[in-house]
Design a protein around this ligand. Structure first.
Ligand code: LLP
Length: 431
């Protein structure tokens, strides 16, 4: 569900015509719909309401401080994975006790900053990390709070190998046997209070079944630990809820919640969720302008002014993003977004970027209405893991970001300039 809709053949974000917007702010540009962002957050909250969850939005999915603020103002906490993301959360005015801090490689400096800021929980990934956090907390005269990330050895076969995290073989968390020992060894530590369990299975997870399996395993573990007089008061079930890359493919929030809520209700556990893409994904599009049309053998290439440097997902995970012109004839108005569009007059096309790599592909063998040089294309469901993974490869400045609310559009990150590309190289220093 999102507010990117065609009206008389023209694509709008809420009440803003995207062709007009692109003419005024230029391309490439990420455009976000405030209403979509907020809607997803509220709907997720509603679906899980019986558990009164703390929703910690995963900043890594889309971290513009103006977007973080939208959610923080609605009571969201944040899932961060670095000192930089914590910095963003601070600037956006997030309540620090609603921060969960994950990641396998937290540095001493990052841990210190987070303890100083009195964050909610560290999601702890190993014994060595626990000991380090506890020691740093003691040296600061503070008490840290930890959740142990367990690895329940559960995954979804539809999740890309590069984004599966819940399998035993990944670098994340500790397995359940090791978790028992972990709590016996550290569960009564005074400097890092370990009273919570965290899991994140990967993303996206296209059905509730892996959550059910993993949560059941975790609940058994919690019972065992409680029987040993250890306190477990919180469970963080991570993120991974799907976004609508293709119409109708992703489960609704209700479908996830119907399976998950009954398992956790009445268990004396505070519940944390860490959604990223399901909130941000459909809330953003990337607009790119057609530069050239070219044929090569039997292939037709549409070359645009954005590519793998600004939306890495197709090149990195063969991910599908629906791409369509922003201005189409009535018969080409899409009623749904899918890899196979059943319409007359489509041309088989590869949509590629300007980067000097064969892998710089946004879409392969896609039926597309006829387009010409100068036309504008929208790359949909690009809100999550889009701008945050953008680079300056080939010395291309990163795109601007625009937030739309109703008929208002605001630049929330200006387009980078050539000066931005080289500014840090002007600050040389001998060491
Ligand atoms: N919690 C933890 C501990 C995570 O590692 C992640 C994502 C999330 C929450 C949020 O997952 P989400 O709800 O957004 O699926 N770049 C890849 C995705 C990497 C995900 C990393 N962890 C992509 O573009 O698909």
């Amino acid at each position: 569900m999102d507010w990117f809709q065609y009206r008389d053949g023209q694509l709008f974000c809420e009440d803003v015509n995207l062709d007009k917007l692109a003419s005024s702010v230029g391309t490439p540009v990420y455009v976000y719909s405030q209403r979509t962002f907020e809607h997803h957050f509220e709907e997720l909250n509603k679906a899980f309401a019986e558990l009164d969850p703390l929703i910690c939005y995963s900043i890594k999915s889309c971290g513009n401080i103006h977007l973080i603020k939208l959610l923080a103002d609605r009571g969201a906490g944040m899932d961060v994975v670095s000192g930089g993301e914590l910095h963003r959360a601070k600037l956006a005015g997030v309540a620090m006790n609603k921060i969960v801090y994950a990641g396998v490689g937290k540095t001493d400096a990052e841990i210190r900053e987070a303890i100083d800021a009195d964050i909610g929980y560290f999601n702890i990934e190993s014994e060595a990390e626990f000991e380090n956090i506890s020691a740093i907390a003691r040296s600061l005269g503070k008490t840290a709070h930890g959740t142990l990330r367990i690895n329940p050895d559960v995954s979804d076969p539809n999740t890309h190998a590069k984004t599966t995290t819940g399998k035993k073989e990944t670098k994340f968390g500790v397995d359940i046997d090791r978790a028992r020992k972990f709590f016996e060894t550290y569960g009564r530590d005074e400097h890092c209070r370990l009273t919570a369990i965290h899991l994140h299975l990967g993303s996206p997870i296209y059905s509730p079944a892996p959550y059910v399996l993993a949560i059941n395993k975790t609940l058994t573990l919690i019972e065992e630990l409680r029987a040993k007089d250890l306190t477990i008061d919180t469970i963080d079930i991570g993120g991974g809820f799907a976004a609508d890359y293709e119409s109708g493919r992703s489960p609704s929030y209700e479908t996830y919640a119907e399976a998950i809520v009954p398992l956790l209700k009445g268990k004396g556990l505070k519940v944390i969720l860490e959604p990223g893409r399901t909130i941000a994904g459909n809330a953003g599009v990337l607009l790119a302008r057609v530069q050239y049309i070219k044929t090569g053998g039997r292939k037709k290439f549409v070359i645009v002014d954005s590519g793998m440097h600004q939306l890495l997902r197709p090149a990195m995970y063969e991910a599908f993003h629906f791409i369509w012109p922003t201005n189409v004839a009535p018969q080409h108005e899409p009623s749904r977004r899918s890899e196979q569009m059943d319409m007359p007059g489509l041309e088989m096309t590869d949509i590629v970027g300007p980067i000097c790599e064969t892998g710089d592909i946004l879409a392969k063998e896609r039926g597309l209405p006829p387009v010409a040089r100068g036309d504008l294309l929208a790359i949909f469901t690009a809100g999550a893991y889009g701008m945050v993974m953008a680079s300056q490869y080939n010395a291309m400045p990163r795109p601007a970001e625009v937030l739309v609310s109703g008929s208002n559009a605001t630049i929330i990150r200006r387009r980078e300039t050539y000066e931005d590309l080289t500014a840090l190289e002007m600050e040389t220093a001998s060491v």
